[in-house]
Design a binder for this molecule. Sequence first.
Ligand SMILES: [Zn+2]
Length: 356
Amino acid sequence: MKYKGTYEFYSTFIEGLTDTIPITIPFNLTPSKVRALENHQSLRFIHAGNWWNIKNPEKRSKELILAQQMKLANENTTGLMSKNIQPGDQDLKEEEDRLKKIYRRQINYDKFLYWLLDSSELIDYYNKNLEYANWAKENNNSAIPIYCSIQVINYESAREWFEKASNNGHNHFCIGVSEFLKYPKFKKEGIRRLFEIGLGIRSVIKECAKVHFSGVASYYLIPILAYFGVSSFDGSTPVTSALAYGTIFNENGYSLRASVLKDNLKKREKFFATTNKCKCEVCNEKNIKQIVDIFSKDRKKRVIHNLSIWRNLVSKLNSKKNNLVKFLEILDSRINSKYFKDLLKIKDDILEKYDY
Ligand SMILES: [Zn+2]
């Protein structure tokens, strides 16, 4: 779509990451991580936190978020996310009660997807999000942009509310998206909504304006969302999958656990056959057996390798940014998976539906 600018991916921060990896950090970063970050010169995007981690509204007030973000900001900070809320937050207590009455049941927000509600029920939330973003913009006494965050749920609400935000003088926009990808049963619909939202936002803002999707790191989703005009992303997949599951990715987004890579020669062959040999600091100038040995033993090295795969994806997006249609075609032929083809089909359906 019409976006003139570069793309970026911000990784969840863990200690030991090198300065070349852009990171996302929460406003309420733990003291030990604050210390670990002291001399860190990587680009940083400062998050407004997730309500499900911080249930007490006083610990996530708009004032507290901005003040803490300012403390963590430095000359490499690229954005401050404004406070976003959605049903389940404690900010709009009356709204919560009203919604529960309408839906005639005890809504358990841990299992409930607010984005499946009718958009007309969410107007107070949209309004509140915009109010918080406007407040943050007015009270921001730095040159770091405030990313105006609004939890819209579809194409129409994305257009309506981000157009308002743009008219209010915002040029940086954001939405927290992990809720859309949370449950396997609704994941396909969630992905469709994310594509719609990306398209909707981009259609009402300036060509140079930035759009950040927080909470998506999927190797397959990022290029398609970029095509729709989303300019940056943050997520933990390359890090947490390497740490918790021992998962390694190759340059086609194909992933395997290090233990499988070690023991299953057939899968190992498939993993290495389709991709150019990785040139990251872990893999460079080593043979496959040496690489697999390192992956099985050293979790930090798995993280470094995975992040280099994501860095390569971003640099390819940036070098091909004037022709992402072609880039998606190349990716499709390289990845050659039914899942990716299904995603491209969803993309095409949306373009047709909204007449692009
Ligand atoms: Zn590597």
